[in-house]
Structures are given as C-alpha cells and as structure tokens.
Design a protein around this ligand. Structure first.
Ligand SMILES: [Zn+2]
Length: 356
C-alpha cells in the first residue's frame, strides 16, 4: 500500500497496519506541511474501505470502486454553494469538504454531520476528508462545534480524516478526539530522483526545484522555473542592494512591484526566495563549500558574503519570518515590505517588527 507515494515510511507502515488489521480509527488527523502527500494517503485509505477486489484489506486500486473513490471533481473557486456541502468522489461513500476562501462553511460541516450518520451505500464504511481543517475555526467556532458532535459520537461505519498543515490552529478539543499521524518532509534526494526518473527533468533543474521544495513534492511540481528565475533575479537585486546599504529608492520600487495586486499570488514566493538567498549567503559565510539551494548563483552569492556579516543576515531572516506571520492578520503588504527592506538596508535601525 502507498507504494506510489514518496517518503514518510513510518506513516505508511502505521496506516497500512491499521488498514490491514481493520483497526482504522474513526477519526484521524493528518498533519505535516502541504505537498507531502497527506491527501493521497487519505484517498488510498478510502480505496481500502471501498475496494471490491481486496482480500487482504489492502486496496487493489484498479477495480471500479477504487477508481471512483479517487476521482474528485472539486468545487470551482468562487462557487459558494458548491462549498456548502460534502463533495462526493465518483463513489457515494467517499466525500470531502473543502474551504471556501479561508473558511470551511458551517453548512458543509452540517452536511457532513448528516452524511456521517448514514450507513454506507455500497462499501463497508464511509470516509470523509476535511481538507485544510485549520480553516474550521474561522467561523467563530460554530463549524468546529458542529464537527465536535460528530467526532464525539462517531457512527461505527464512518471514518473522518482531517488534514492540516497547521494543527495548532485547530481547537484542542478537535485535536484530542483524533488519532494524529504526522507526515514529515520528503528527502531532497527522493524528490530529485523522482523528477529526473519519472518526469524527465534535466538534472540541474531537478536539483534546483528539489532544493526549493522544502521537502514538499507538491511544491516541487508547482514550481515554474522560468517564473522562479525572474523572481529570483529581482530578489537577488534586493539582497545585493541591502548588503551594499544602497539607497532606498530602488528597493521601494521593487517593494511596489512585488506587492502590486497582480503579483498577489507570487508574493509569498518572493519572500521564500528572498529567504533562501539570504540563507545561502549565510551558509557560504560559515563554510565556503557548503551545499546551498541556489547553487547556480554561487559566484554572485560568494561575493555578497564579504559585504554582510552573519548577525545582519540572521536578523533579516527573522524580520521576514515576522512579516510572514503578520500576513495572517491582513497586514498592508506594501507598508510592511517597505519597512522590511528599509530595515535590511539600514545601518542598524530598529527592526521593523518592533517599530509598529
Ligand atoms: Zn479495488
């Protein structure tokens, strides 16, 4: 089972054992960063519950029931009504709820509550997946409370798997009712191998993408290298100017560009790239030949190590982290980015995070 999912061997072993022995808990909580395969695991477990060809308890993944259980047509963005109910796969006993913008809608949870009480239509059990479960808490706990009732008195033939990359945002009462399974990052080498062997990436691209992926295959697959290289050029320019304590004007222009509404989707990527560049410079400063993420820019980055001392670099990384956390609170991106760049380029200055 789970042969086609990369990494996370101990989670595989645990879940396969639970499935094989028919001891799958009623409620499970899958945690770990996005793109490491949590949903794939959940869907394969669903297949185990619906498979019509299984003898061992493990899914064949080929019979019509298995195929249907893995085919989801997720609601379209912006269609609120489609997010107000459980979205079923091609199989009537396998469903999922997904957030609408940043919220799991209370109606979806109520629908799940209803569905969870029905007996299975075709399979031995029903399975429901709640994706991005941390978004349950955003509607003043109402949705979460409705779910609690379901988790408290689960029907014997229903399993619920909550998936989240941010478990601490879930109510502790929900967390405590689920058996948690943690999914770690996937080893970089595994991602490189997969990209080269299965997806025919050139090896330099594979190494670059895997280095950026932070152990997330999903992230690696979504990385558009051309776009990445453009953003990186821009961020390298920022770092270079900050190292040289250049004038603010050019930095403010870049801040403007990356916080424009049309760049909204790549803003987080810009911050990520900025962080990897700074971290690489710091790494080279500690040990000249150490492996770095942006290995194709080694010469440029080596030159910068001479201009920025390590304490400055680590304080920049902290500043970026603070900005990122504040983004959850509807921060004005332009002002925050201006402040970040000014702090970075400033000689000493009060850190932006403490100036507000
Ligand atoms: Zn099957």
């Amino acid at each position: 089972m789970f042969e086609e999912i990369l990494g996370n061997e101990s989670a595989k072993e645990l879940l396969e054992r639970l499935v094989r022995n028919g001891r799958l808990p009623q409620s499970l909580l899958f945690t770990g960063r996005s793109g490491v395969g949590k949903k794939l695991f959940a869907i394969e477990i669903a297949q185990a519950l619906v498979c019509t060809e299984t003898e061992s308890g493990l899914p064949c993944r080929k019979c019509p029931a298995c195929v249907r259980a893995s085919s989801f047509e997720l609601p379209k963005e912006g269609k609120r009504d489609e997010h107000q109910r459980v979205v079923f796969s091609g199989h009537p006993d396998v469903g999922m709820i997904v957030p609408y913008n940043n919220t799991i809608l209370i109606d979806a949870v109520r629908d799940l509550e209803r569905e969870a009480n029905f007996r299975p239509f075709e399979a031995r059990s029903r399975l429901f997946i709640i994706d991005e479960a941390e978004k349950l808490s955003s509607v003043k706990d109402n949705a979460a409370n409705a779910l609690l009732k379901t988790l408290e008195e689960p029907s014997e033939s229903t399993h619920i798997i909550l998936i989240t990359s941010r478990p601490l945002l879930l109510l502790s009462t929900i967390r405590s009712r689920c058996q948690a399974v943690r999914f770690g990052p996937i080893a970089k080498e595994r991602i490189v191998d997969h990209l080269i062997n299965e997806l025919k990436y050139p090896s330099e691209d594979a190494a670059l993408v895997a280095g950026l992926s932070q152990g997330s295959l999903g992230r690696a697959l979504y990385t558009d290298l051309d776009k990445f290289r453009d953003l990186r050029k821009q961020m390298l320019d920022v770092v270079t100017r900050c190292c040289r304590r250049d004038s603010f004007a050019a930095l403010m222009r870049t801040s403007e560009e990356i916080t424009e509404p049309k760049a909204k989707d790549s803003y987080g990527d810009s911050l990520d790239i900025l962080q990897t560049l700074i971290h690489d410079i710091w790494t080279i400063g500690k040990r000249r030949n150490a492996p770095i993420v942006n290995f194709d820019l080694r010469t440029e980055l080596e030159e910068l190590t001479a201009k920025a001392d390590p304490t400055r670099l680590t304080s920049w990384l902290e500043e970026i982290e603070t900005l990122r956390e504040n983004l959850n609170f509807n921060l004005n991106r332009k002002l925050a980015t201006d402040a970040l760049f000014m702090t970075m380029a400033g000689s000493s200055g009060t850190p932006a995070s403490r100036r507000q």
